[in-house]
Design a protein around this ligand. Structure first.
Ligand code: Q0N
Length: 287
């Protein structure tokens, strides 16, 4: 960490520091959250896995859209990035019906203004991926919004371009991941605008923390799906009978080891690289 870096923000599991007027340092911790609560036990290398995966996707999607990545830290867990003017919405794309999408569909037959066919099951694949923006809640839960609500917060041309890019990024990554045994059910992108007014992909992208990853070999519509990465943690927490309020439980060593192995498996399946090679030289994900 640079001595003089100013802390400019923190998420549940990541921190953001200002390097200068143009650059930020995004640092991914090994913290894990489940049921919206950060647990007291860390998953070793989780932050490195997510940083490496995100950089891998940034590198492979440059032809679709520019991104904020300037450099990857030698420690494998930090990203030096371009400072942008962030859009006021979360750019969510859903290819399958899960979470709040499934909830909204069941209640209204639509998600964020997208009318969907009747009779879809939980976890069903949608006929086409849909753009389902959400507000950025500083406390509590993000709220799904439709186009009209989003246009009260931002320019319509920027909204349309963010929608187009988000869907294209999702299609590319979902097809790529499906061939490697992972269903990306949905994902959240954050975009910023650079000094020239261009949309730039920011934050972390297409990681298990910003997406729902499901094991493709177990996928079947009609029920909730296991999480590729967090299922051991969820099962352990459910078995404990924890009430899902803070503080969460400590995790036992076998749950930590199993969860760490799943993160590394996701990294290795998607990148085709060994995680050990990434630790030795993080720049392998950029080639
Ligand atoms: C920024 N957030 C989202 C990380 C995520 N390139 C950028 N330029 C200006 N601002 C941001 C970025 C990026 N990425 C993104 N907040 C500011 C939320 N943060 C919370 C802390 O962890």
């Amino acid at each position: 960490m640079p001595e003089a870096a100013l802390h400019v923000g923190s998420g549940k599991v990541r921190e953001l520091y200002a390097l200068d007027d143009e650059r930020l340092l995004l640092v991914a911790s090994d913290r894990i959250s489940t049921f919206d609560v950060v647990l007291p036990t860390e998953i070793p290398d989780k932050g490195r896995v997510l940083t490496g995966l995100s950089a891998f996707w940034f590198s492979r999607t440059r032809g679709i859209c520019p991104n904020h990545l300037l450099a990857l830290g030698d420690n494998g867990r930090s990203t030096e990035c371009r400072r942008l003017e962030m859009l006021p919405i979360e750019c969510v794309v859903r290819g399958y019906l899960a979470g709040s999408g499934w909830k909204d569909y069941r209640a209204t037959g639509a998600v964020c203004g997208h009318r969907l066919p009747a009779g879809l099951d939980e976890s069903a694949q949608l006929p086409e991926p849909i753009f389902t923006p959400a507000t950025k809640a500083t406390t509590g839960h993000d709220e799904n919004i439709d186009r009209e609500q989003a246009l009260a917060l931002m320019d319509s041309n920027l909204f349309d371009e963010a929608e187009r890019l988000s869907i294209e990024l999702y299609r590319f990554a979902a097809e790529y991941a499906r061939e490697r045994g992972i269903v990306i059910a949905d994902t959240k992108f954050e975009f910023g605008v650079d000094a020239g007014g261009r949309l730039v992909l920011a934050d972390e992208a297409l990681t298990p923390d910003s997406s729902r990853f499901w094991p493709a070999d177990e996928y079947r519509a009609g029920a909730g799906q296991p999480s590729f990465d967090k299922q051991f943690v969820r099962d352990y927490c459910e078995a404990l009978g924890w009430d899902k309020t803070s503080p969460g439980p400590e995790l036992p060593a076998d749950v930590v080891a199993g969860t760490r192995a799943r993160y590394i498996e996701a990294f290795e399946r998607l990148t085709g690289l060994s995680f050990g090679d990434y630790l030795a030289d993080p720049s392998v994900v950029l080639r």
